[in-house]
Design a protein around this ligand. Structure first.
Ligand SMILES: Nc1ncnc2c1ncn2[C@@H]1O[C@H](COP(=O)(O)OP(=O)(O)OP(=O)(O)O)[C@@H](O)[C@H]1O
Ligand SMILES: [Mg+2]
Length: 260
């Protein structure tokens, strides 16, 4: 079964989008299909994939602005990245946080209701940096959470808050939700980063992915040229390619990944 994974952390700038697109790039590089769902009003996954929104495109906002089972299928578009599809987002999605509809947090789940996702090896939700309704909506729709964090004191504390949110969603309404992995992102070789990494590994054990993602400028260069990191040749792109490919293997996404 295709897993729907939420890449989350309420803290901004920790690497949620970079990890979403890094995994999408790794899947694409292996000839595998992935659906990215941009659930951030900043739309960084949308622009990172080289997509320019047009009036006729449906967005995540459209899925959450009404209650239509299966409507996610109508919002999927192909992107310039081979084998990477997208449900795009823009700033209109910010309006959802002030929407008082009773079923609001279920609408994303309802939008995916009944859909056959077997063409994809994974569905990756790029989440906004908040613990608001958008994140709750994703956690209601997802099977698993990949918590992305930088190895810093604030980010480590942020994981505790995220865990509490996940526990609340597990109690009701999504008992099937699993915290699958903590991913250390934007890792530098400073003493502070090494200390926090040890702290996280001591606290969370195997929950922390063995693979961490180094901080390398090739990520920004690839992102600003809308290029999959696995097709980017500048700087130390190779180290990032290896990291995202290794992380993908650890997450065992999709039928081929699960068999690996
Ligand atoms: N491994 C990396 N090496 C270098 N820069 C990185 C890396 N990962 C992310 N960045 C840069 O850090 C910044 C924040 O990364 P990103 O947008 O992925 O974080 P985010 O958690 O999605 O942010 P937000 O909370 O705003 O959505 C971006 O400028 C990005 O290019
Ligand atoms: Mg982001």
């Amino acid at each position: 079964m295709t897993r729907k994974l939420a890449l989350c952390n309420q803290k901004g700038g920790v690497g949620k989008t970079a990890t979403t697109l890094g995994l999408a790039s790794a899947l694409s590089h292996q000839g595998r299909n992935v659906l990215v769902v941009d659930v951030d009003p900043q739309g960084n996954s949308t622009t990172g994939l080289g997509v320019e929104l047009t009036e006729t495109m449906m967005t995540t906002f459209d899925l959450m602005n009404r209650t239509v089972p299966g409507s996610a299928a109508d919002a999927v578009i192909a992107t310039p990245w081979d084998k990477v599809d997208l449900i795009p987002s823009n700033e209109a999605l910010a309006n959802i946080e002030s929407d008082g509809a009773n079923d609001l947090i279920f609408r994303l789940d309802i939008a995916f209701e009944g859909l056959d996702l077997s063409a994809y090896d994974a569905v990756l939700f790029d989440c906004p940096p908040s613990l608001g309704k958008l994140l709750f909506a994703v956690l209601c729709a997802a099977d698993g959470v990949i918590a992305v964090t930088e190895p810093t004191i604030d980010s480590v504390r942020g994981i505790e808050n995220l865990q509490e949110t996940i526990r609340n969603v597990q109690r009701r309404p999504n008992p099937h939700l699993v915290l699958e992995k903590l991913v250390l992102s934007r890792k530098r070789t400073t003493g502070e980063h090494q200390f926090r990494e040890r702290e996280l590994r001591d606290t969370y054990g195997d929950l922390v992915a063995k693979t961490s993602i180094p901080e390398l400028t090739a990520r920004q260069d690839a992102h600003s040229s809308h290029t999959p990191i696995h097709s980017f040749t500048g700087g130390k792109a190779l180290a990032l390619q290896v990291a995202y490919t290794d992380l993908l293997a650890e997450l065992a996404l999709g039928p081929k990944g699960a068999a690996a």
